[in-house]
Write a protein that binds this ligand. Structure first.
Ligand code: FES
Length: 131
């Protein structure tokens, strides 16, 4: 099984590892195939994702895709971020071995959940339900 240079590089030096204090959206997902877990945090300002961080308990491909997805979403609008698929993340990494494709789904799902969470929070704020 061969990993691209870029996958190895993001695995060795993952970007944006950690948690965001007072995030505007959080996505937590588990991969049903292997049980690995990812948490993704986003900060949103004026409809733009200004920061993204992650914590992943998982394999090298999960860490590399987590790292890449946080890089890809930064400075994107919510709408554009919603269009980021696991394939886009894999492409940006120069590919993944077929047997590791399921790992990239974790990144897409964590992002989608974080965006959903953001939308739910903003809807609550808009309707005055949040503190
Ligand atoms: Fe679990 Fe890769 S083996 S996410």
């Amino acid at each position: 099984m061969e990993y691209s240079e870029k996958v190895m590089e993001h695995f060795r030096n993952p970007r944006n590892v950690g948690e965001i204090e007072n995030p505007d959206g959080v996505g937590k997902v588990g991969n049903p195939v292997c049980g690995d877990i990812m948490e993704l945090y986003i900060k949103v300002d004026g409809g733009i994702i200004t920061d993204a961080k992650f914590k992943t308990f998982g394999c090298g491909a999960a860490i590399a895709t987590s790292s890449m997805v946080t890089e890809l979403v930064k400075n994107k609008t919510i709408e554009d971020a919603l269009k980021i698929s696991n394939r886009a993340v894999v492409e940006a990494l120069g590919g993944l071995p077929p047997i590791k494709m399921h790992c990239s789904v974790l990144a897409e799902e964590a992002l989608k959940r974080a965006l959903d969470d953001y939308r739910m929070r903003s809807a609550k704020v808009a309707s005055g339900k949040a503190a």
